[in-house]
Ligand binder design. Structure first.
Ligand SMILES: *[C@@H]1O[C@H](CO)[C@@H](O)[C@H](O)[C@H]1NC(C)=O
Length: 541
């Protein structure tokens, strides 16, 4: 796990644009119009077009938004009826024009079946306002990566002593007709028949995703002083290059100046495309839209070092005005992940407590006291069971992580086809007692579809946790190294807002602990060669 400001916007988090379509159904009987508004405090985002005289408008205008898995991106949609006389010139929309509104988080739309989410419109007292249908899709069709290899034959000899030192320069053409360098090969020394190493380039860089756009390639003879000699050039396109998947393609290298001067000029050699292959880099959203579910499990530390829950000094202490640090961490992470878990049933466990009636110590007891089905309904359900457990069990010790990690690993091992990915949230006050077993459990879990988030609460030193995080050194056990980095550790105190704003603290915490989840999921899929399943086609409306 990586921690700190390096992660987040512009870091490992996917920065993906999304579009929206909002067909409305069964509106109140007035003319209609809609605008969207991402969380009132950020201001208005955009307005759709007005569609005349219908209760079932399909808006065409799309809105492009950046998407961050690790943030709760709240959106608000207000629907208005517009009087054609006042629209569109700075119309102020009054309460009499209001047809209803819907609140939704972007993650809910992404995580919904096929990226379509239907919501009831509300907000007009005593009236049914109809529904709004929200659709999200990823914009970028440019996630392909090309690998190609080229060689040349009988290039012109440019060097006085010796032959030539050829290299290639690739240019992408821009919409305004200019060219931008997008790749240079290495120099092959002293030959007229060079073979360059295969290289990889994103399709985006090669042709901006436009398969027919000109790709220009210059052939140069390298000179030590930088005054490289032009041998010749040729032009092609992505589409033409991609044919080389089935045949060799040979390009004539031409030098226009030589061609003008010499009557008998044929060419300055040839370049042959030896191989060309395309790979898609799938995104987190591809997997989610393909049906991958995040299975969220919670584990809470019930060791005595937390302090008696009835005492205000306890980390488990909750007042009517303030959630405990445990509850805050749980809500912060859970409320973002739950959008990607369709049944919203979350197994929740405690560890390090003595349980009634016989006072046996347990390191994985179900918070809902139901060993057959430890799942709680929603984050609220987990919180309820957590508070219930606090009243019934005795905080004790030691602090063992391995049993709960192994428990979730066991569930993760059941389904390894990429349709389920487990996220285990462990909230603890620190000093871990079973370091060796925990490392062993993490190494095993690193081969499974799961990630572990550890949130440290309270003032303890968390050196052991930093070690598990594996940022500096990959976690190992008995000579075996973790296959992937799957642990993210953060101390909650780093995220607590000074002014006591709990919502802010939670948002900051979630942002850092969740930022790596998409990459960790992708790394699992990649190492197992699992492709996202195509979402089933949307049914006709
Ligand atoms: C994971 O989540 C999915 C969807 O919410 C659910 O159907 C499945 O049973 C869960 N898997 C486990 C092992 O809990």
């Amino acid at each position: 796990g990586t921690r700190g400001p390096a992660v987040g916007r512009g870091g490992v988090a996917p920065r993906v644009a999304h579009t929206w379509l909002c067909p409305l159904r069964n509106l109140l009987d007035m003319d209609t119009f809609s605008k969207s508004d991402p969380g009132g405090w950020q201001g208005r985002f955009g307005r759709t077009e007005v569609i005349d005289n219908t209760l079932n408008p399909d808006f065409v205008r799309k809105f492009v938004l950046d998407y961050y898995f690790e943030e709760k991106q709240n959106l608000r949609f207000d629907v208005y009826n517009v009087d054609s006389k006042s629209w569109p010139h700075g119309a102020v929309l009054g309460a009499q024009d209001f047809l209803g509104q819907a609140f939704v988080a972007l993650g809910e739309v992404i995580g919904s079946q096929r990226g379509r989410l239907e919501r009831a419109l509300t907000g007009v007292p005593g009236k049914r306002c109809g529904t709004i249908l929200l659709l999200a899709e990823e914009l970028s069709n440019c996630r392909d990566i090309v690998t190609m290899q080229l060689c040349a034959n009988k290039l012109d000899k440019k060097d006085f002593f010796g032959k030539s030192d050829p290299f290639l320069v690739f240019y992408r053409s821009n919409e305004d007709g200019t060219f931008t360098i997008c790749h240079k090969t290495e120099v092959v020394k002293n030959t007229l028949n060079p073979v360059w190493q295969p290289f990889t380039i994103p399709v985006r860089a090669l042709c901006n995703g436009d398969y027919d756009r000109t790709v220009k390639i210059d052939v140069y003879d390298w000179d030590r002083d930088g005054s490289h000699d032009f041998i010749g050039e040729f032009a092609t396109s992505y589409r033409e290059l991609s044919r080389a998947q089935s045949q060799f393609t040979v390009y004539e290298v031409l030098n226009p100046r030589k061609k003008c001067k010499k009557k008998k000029y044929v060419n300055s050699g040839t370049v042959t495309l030896l191989s060309f292959s395309v790979e898609s880099e799938f995104t987190f959203v591809d997997y989610i839209r393909g049906g991958t579910q995040l299975n969220f499990t919670v584990a809470i530390d019930f060791t005595a070092s937390n302090g008696m829950p009835s005492q205000p000094t306890s980390l488990h202490y909750a007042s009517p005005y303030q959630l405990s640090a445990y509850a805050l961490a749980l809500k912060a992470v859970g409320e973002i992940i739950q959008d990607y878990d369709s049944d919203k049933l979350f197994p929740a466990y405690g560890f390090g407590a003595k349980l009634p009636p016989d006072g046996k110590i347990s390191h994985q007891f179900p918070l809902n006291n139901n060993a057959d089905n430890p799942s709680c309904a929603g984050i609220e359900g987990v919180l309820e069971s957590y508070l219930q457990s606090l009243r019934t069990v005795q905080l004790y010790g030691p602090t063992n992580f391995a049993p709960i990690i192994n428990q979730v690993a066991g569930a993760a091992a059941q389904v390894t086809d990429g349709s389920q990915y487990h996220v285990l949230l462990i909230i603890t006050d620190g000093v871990i007692s079973d370091m060796l077993q925990t490392k062993e459990a993490i190494v095993t879990a690193s081969a499974l579809p799961m990630s572990i988030i550890i949130v440290g609460v309270g003032p303890a030193e968390f050196e052991a946790m930093e070690e598990l995080d594996g940022d500096e050194v990959r976690v190992s056990s008995r000579g075996r190294y973790a296959e992937r980095d799957i642990v993210q550790f953060v101390p909650f105190r780093d995220y607590v807002d000074d002014s006591g704003n709990q919502v802010l603290s939670m948002a900051r915490l979630a942002k850092d602990v969740l930022a790596e989840i998409p990459e960790q999921l992708l790394s699992y899929m990649k190492t197992r060669d699992i492709k996202p399943r195509r979402p089933p086609p949307a049914p006709a409306r």
